[in-house]
Design a protein around this ligand. Structure first.
Ligand code: DC
Length: 206
């Protein structure tokens, strides 16, 4: 059984997926971390995030691995743990450019499909492109202001700047981020984490 939780940036997907997976006794898979890993590697090695060939070449030389651990997914490059470098403003700005390339998306999707199932997968296109056969699908949204306020709590940045950056990412992510036709839509703007998790679990168990 695969459960997919897709949604816009900072809609709470990772927190919800981690909790739902824990309740179901399954691992969770954070697909965005692989895209972030590629962006981080590109920034570090001076590869152009807009050059798909350069990125794929970099990945052949420096392969990335996603470890879907229950206590938090990790991304490794060889024997180096990159996880703590993946949530910076610099990576945020580069990652949606990286995620535009079809060949790079295919590379990520191959890695996700090779992971041992079952699991809860979160991202943008888990219920549409990657696991269309999933048993239960969800799509989380929230207003840009609410999402920016949640990010500011995590990273102490300026609220208006964060909201502007989120709107820009929404625009770039729109191509790959759309709900599956059979996804349950949840607007999390006025819901607590517990309430969202409760709704997801209620639907999965039903
Ligand atoms: O979920 P996140 O914010 O960590 O994702 C980081 C970026 O990766 C996001 O800007 C869009 C991209 N992404 C994607 O295109 N497809 C996915 N399945 C997951 C993430």
């Amino acid at each position: 059984m695969i459960v997919t939780i897709d949604g816009v940036a900072a809609s709470g997907k990772s927190s919800v997926a981690a909790r739902v997976a824990q309740e179901l006794g399954l691992p969770y898979v954070s697909s965005g971390l692989l895209y972030r890993g590629v962006a981080r590697l590109a920034l570090r090695e001076g590869a152009n995030p807009d050059d798909e060939g350069a990125l794929l070449d970099l990945l052949r030389r420096r392969p990335l691995t996603l470890r879907p651990l229950a206590e938090g997914n990790e991304v490794w490059c060889g024997d180096e743990d990159l996880t703590h470098e993946l949530h910076t403003a610099e990576v945020d700005a580069a990652v949606s450019r990286v995620a535009l390339h079809p060949g790079l998306r295919a590379w990520v999707n191959d890695r996700l499909r090779a992971l041992p199932q079952p699991f809860v997968a979160e991202g943008r296109d888990m219920g549409t492109a990657v696991f269309p056969q999933a048993a239960a699908k969800f799509y989380l949204t929230a207003s840009p202001r609410v999402r920016a306020a949640r990010r500011v709590q995590e990273r102490s940045q300026d609220l208006d700047e964060v909201e502007a950056a989120l709107r820009e990412r929404d625009r770039r992510d729109a191509l790959q981020s759309r709900p599956a036709e059979d996804a349950v839509m949840i607007d999390t703007s006025d819901l607590s984490l517990d309430e969202v998790v409760g709704r997801v679990l209620g639907t999965v168990r039903a």
